[in-house]
Design a protein around this ligand. Structure first.
Ligand code: AG3
Length: 282
């Protein structure tokens, strides 16, 4: 018998499909439908509600870009907040920065964390055991409203704006994130695939632009997020952070001693260059 296929259900008129080898887990958590399966090209794949969230094969692109870009652009990051990020890939990359003293990760679905530790251990690579990691199982939206802690970088590692992740794209959530930032702090977000989700780009640009002195995007290609390349939201009150050249970032990158597979200082600077169709969509 041939293997079945996983058909992604994110878009109405186009879809990617991935061959499903061994299925390691498939069930409903309290909040969403979760499946983890093996694919010959991508390794282990985790999907929530029919949408690929992360794969062993290409998670490095997404996680390196949403952590190293804001942390190295800022240059003095001590405390980071991750909203979502249950697989631990973001947590791990934040903790690779020796100067980072504490990373608070607020994930709404404990099962995503537990199942990722069990079935996708290469992604968090032990990060949950790091004494600088603080895992909070809670609604990220409520957390940013209620806490009085401050962070130098806030990373929103969410699903798409449907289901439990939808609130993480609202202006009131972004305003609460801003209130949690230290002066000159940076908010970065998962903002979808611009070619297929131009509306999300426009909406986030408008919402972030009303709150921050500098709001924009940077981009990277993540093969398992079908549609070309992904946009990441960038928002801060310090416009100089975005304009730094690769040469300015290079010594910081060298001093941090990071081992990366996608991120380089040249990629960092180049990722803020946006294609014309994206600029037109804003
Ligand atoms: N969160 C982002 C998944 C987005 C997929 N969206 C899409 N293809 N438009 C992933 C969590 C990884 N830590």
């Amino acid at each position: 018998m041939t293997d079945p296929w996983f058909n992604e259900t994110l878009y109405p008129d186009v879809a990617q499909r991935l061959r499903m080898g061994r299925v390691l887990f498939r069930d409903k958590t309290d909040l969403q439908d979760l499946v983890i399966f093996e694919n010959p090209v991508l390794g282990r794949v985790m999907a929530l509600d029919g949408v690929v969230q992360t794969t062993e094969g290409d998670e490095f692109v997404y996680h390196e870009m949403l952590t190293h870009v804001p942390i190295l652009a800022h240059g003095r990051v001590r405390r980071v907040l991750i909203v979502g990020g249950g697989d631990g890939g973001m947590l791990r990359r934040c903790l690779e920065h020796r100067d980072v003293e504490r990373v608070t990760m607020v994930e709404i679905d404990r099962s995503v964390v537990d199942l990722s530790i069990q079935y996708l251990p290469s992604i968090s690579a032990g990060a949950f055991d790091d004494p600088r990691a603080e895992l909070v199982i809670a609604d990220g939206c409520a957390f940013v409203k209620d806490t009085d802690q401050r962070f130098d970088v806030v990373i929103v590692d969410s699903t798409d704006p449907h289901g439990p992740g939808a609130v993480l794209f609202t202006e009131s959530f972004y305003a609460d994130c801003k209130a949690r930032l230290t002066p000159g702090g940076v908010l970065v977000t998962q903002n979808g695939v611009p070619f297929l989700q131009p509306g999300e780009l426009k909406d986030s640009h408008r919402r972030l632009g009303r709150l921050f002195a500098d709001a924009g995007f940077f981009v990277a290609p993540v093969p398992s997020y079908y549609g070309g390349f992904m946009a990441f939201g960038w928002a801060t009150d310090d416009p100089a952070l975005r304009r730094q050249t690769a040469d300015a970032i290079r010594p910081r990158f060298a001093a941090a001693g990071l081992k990366t597979r996608y991120y380089t200082p040249d990629i960092h600077a180049a990722s803020f260059a946006l294609p014309a169709f994206m600029q037109d969509a804003l």
